[in-house]
Design a protein around this ligand. Structure first.
Ligand SMILES: [Mg+2]
Ligand SMILES: [Zn+2]
Length: 262
């Protein structure tokens, strides 16, 4: 009915503007009738005080076009949206994948996202994909930064690119034999568990071979986005290679849509 009312009103206005009175008059009459009927339905049960009646008359004219506008906007957004990817996750490496690598950074002021990071993450969010970060921070074990420093830097990343659904950080050093430092699978497995997503429904995006090997060891897929510091053999060994974050997210969405558990 709102759509019909709005169409009659628009037709009346357009016809009047074009000087077609034979169309404008009946269209206007139809609009007025529908609007009066709508207003009556809203006034009759009410307290019927003058203020209430006036408010109902004004809003009864305003509601049909507003409702029509919102409905059309929703239909358009729905038509443009891609397939929903619930129960899936993309886990990102942090340094040189989401933000520029500042070795052993403990200073939130030095956090600088890579170009397109915000848009890439928002694209995933619109599709219902959960987002995690899995990051080796051996600077903690080396005594170069504290856990609190790392947390502050991560908070800054969250502020610039968030919300990020889970953070998993390995504070250990290469000799600690922990289960979490990439290329071991601990961070990926833990992030997937916290997101209640199967590792096979996760894609790991990172800039080095250790990210890819952690993904593989956990049963997840990997997409490498090489930087100038990525070694050629790491690129050659990667299961998937993308030139930038945007392309990596496109590929990740394809892999997740396949939904093929490994
Ligand atoms: Mg990295
Ligand atoms: Zn660890």
């Amino acid at each position: 009915r709102h759509l019909l009312t709005t169409a009659c009103g628009a037709l009346a206005a357009a016809a009047y503007g074009a000087g077609a009175r034979r169309v404008a008059l009946p269209a206007f009459a139809a609009w007025a009738g529908l609007t009066a009927e709508f207003a009556a339905a809203r006034v009759l049960p009410g307290p019927r005080t003058p203020g209430e009646v006036a408010r109902m008359l004004v809003t009864s004219a305003a509601i049909p076009p507003a409702a029509t506008w919102h409905r059309l906007r929703g239909l358009l957004a729905h038509a443009r949206a891609g397939a929903w990817c619930g129960n899936r996750a993309v886990l990102f490496d942090r340094d040189d994948t989401l933000v520029r690598d500042v070795p052993y950074n403990g200073d939130p002021a030095r956090v600088e996202p890579v170009p397109g990071a915000r848009r890439a993450l928002d694209r995933l969010r619109r599709r219902g994909v959960r987002i995690g970060v899995v990051s080796n921070q051996s600077g903690v074990a080396r005594g170069l930064v504290t856990r609190a420093d790392v947390r502050r830097v991560n908070d800054r990343v969250d502020e610039l690119l968030g919300p990020i659904d889970v953070w998993e950080v390995c504070p250990h050093g290469p000799d600690d034999r922990c289960p979490c430092r990439k290329p071991r699978p601990g961070l990926v497995v833990r992030a997937a568990r916290r997101l209640e997503v199967a590792p096979s429904a996760c894609v790991v995006i990172g800039d080095v071979g250790a990210d890819m090997r952690a993904a593989e060891a956990a049963g997840a897929r990997g997409v490498l986005v090489p930087t100038g510091r990525t070694r050629p053999e790491e690129v050659a060994d990667a299961p998937e290679v993308a030139p930038d974050l945007r392309a990596a997210v496109t590929r990740a969405l394809e892999l997740l849509a396949e939904g093929r558990p490994r």
